[in-house]
Design a protein around this ligand. Structure first.
Ligand code: CAA
Length: 394
């Protein structure tokens, strides 16, 4: 595979090929056999998560000196696709460690913060989380009620408030938290903090009972006079909103890859079924109504993959020459998440009653795909971001 944009190109190296084969083999051998069971129980799959860590999959883009694998965004995307094909919950947990947690610290952290806070999570020894959302602010992310107030001695921020929809929170050892240090300044009053979940003043609230990605634990977190040392401010006071948005740009490419992986798994199942299942004396794939579905599914998957590769190239360009890749990341996330909804729905339909049964993974793909249109920014927010950037409105 090779994709080109200007002087930049995206090509599969031998290292990418080896990674792809190893991750595919691991996902099919270790994750596929347990995916339905974890989905049913809603248990967090710590065993397989640890194994992903041992394979170096929890910090793919993190440099080796900070405990990661030192690979690139294409490697991360290929991994997300393969893990999501096996089980979306595992890919969600993987994406938070890799992307939402490590990315912000790598880009905005001090050398000391990088050494102390990245290694345990990038190596997979510990679980990381990212906490932006609050009960009264989801899409309108800067409208926060939580407060972080500097103490008189100027040594600690005293944090109070509730955050929710925090992926991996029930098991997270470390969290990148966004909280308001100067409410009057609006989004410029938000600061990012590095939170140790074992410190006093931190607790977990309700764990969400979810429609899909049921093995990826999600809960509220509560701060009650949590004293965060000033050394654990990430990227400067008042810089939190920009950090949150920058991290989400990268994160959205990962969610696009996750959605594509789920879609590819559903498509592969539908293709086999269309060949094997007979009705009215012929394989159902010989009928034009099924052929139309196959053609539309295949085309959307291919288009989604192209948008992801375009976003990777835009990210490379921004990293080398400055600027942002927000529009490309949002387009990839928007299209792939909606393609996953379409493909999982059509794949289930091709399977008829069997698709609706828990005996096959189709209904799980269908439920799991649904979150990709919501988290890391809803489809509505992606459309808003794309249109605002195009129109030069802000
Ligand atoms: N990169 C860097 N900076 C950015 C940026 C980006 N992508 N997008 C915006 N900014 C900056 C702007 O330049 C602006 O900076 P100035 O202070 O210099 O003016 C500032 O941020 C404010 O920008 P806007 O005026 O555009 O902000 P807004 O309030 O109008 O809206 C938004 C921004 C795009 C709607 C944003 O709030 C958003 O993305 N909302 C969705 C939030 C989201 O994705 N939540 C999911 C959380 S993670 C999750 O799902 C849980 C999990 O665990 C997986």
């Amino acid at each position: 595979m090779a994709v080109q944009a200007g002087s930049l190109s995206l090509a599969m190296s031998d290292e990418h090929e080896m990674l792809l084969v190893a991750v595919r083999e691991f996902a099919q051998r270790e994750i596929v056999p347990v995916a339905a069971e974890y989905d049913e129980s809603g248990e967090f799959p710590l065993d397989t998560v640890r194994k992903m860590g041992e394979m170096g999959l929890m910090g793919i883009e993190t440099p080796e000196e900070y405990g990661g694998a030192g690979m690139d965004t294409l490697a991360y995307v290929l991994t997300m696709i393969e893990i999501a094909k096996a089980d979306a919950s595992h890919s969600t947990i993987l994406s938070v460690n890799n992307s939402l947690y490590c990315k912000g610290i790598l880009k905005f952290g001090t050398e000391r913060q990088k050494r102390e806070w990245i290694r345990p999570v990038a190596s997979g020894a510990e679980i990381g989380a990212y906490s932006l959302t609050e009960p009264m602010s989801g899409s309108d992310a800067s409208n926060m009620a939580s407060r972080a107030i500097l103490n008189d001695a100027g040594t600690h921020y005293i944090i109070n408030g509730r955050k929710n929809w925090v992926t991996s929170a029930p098991f997270a050892d470390r969290i990148v938290l966004f909280s308001m240090t100067a409410a009057e300044a609006g989004h410029r009053g938000i600061t990012a903090f590095l939170i140790d979940s074992k410190a006093p003043g931190f607790s977990r609230g309700k764990t969400e009972p979810k429609l899909g990605i049921r093995a990826s634990a999600t809960s509220e977190i509560i701060f009650d006079d949590y004293a965060c040392p000033v050394e654990q401010v990430l990227g400067g006071v008042g810089q939190g909103f920009k950090i949150a948005m920058t991290v989400l740009d990268a994160g959205r490419i990962g969610i696009a890859a996750q959605a594509l992986g789920i879609a590819e798994a559903a498509y592969a199942a539908a293709l086999s079924y269309a060949r094997e299942r007979h009705a009215f004396g012929a394989p159902i794939g010989s009928y034009q109504m099924i052929q139309q579905k196959i053609a539309d599914m295949k085309t959307r998957i291919a288009a989604g993959r192209a948008l992801i590769y375009q976003a990777i190239l835009a990210k490379q360009r921004a990293e080398q020459h400055g600027g942002r890749y927000t529009t490309e990341a949002s387009m990839a996330k928007l299209f792939c998440s909606e393609a996953a909804a379409f493909v999982t729905d059509e794949a289930l339909q091709i399977h008829g009653g069997m698709g609706y049964s828990k005996e096959l993974p189709l209904e799980r793909y269908y439920r799991d795909a649904r979150i990709t249109r919501i988290y890391e920014g809803t489809s509505e927010i992606q459309r808003m971001v794309i249109a605002r950037n195009e129109l030069g409105l802000r």
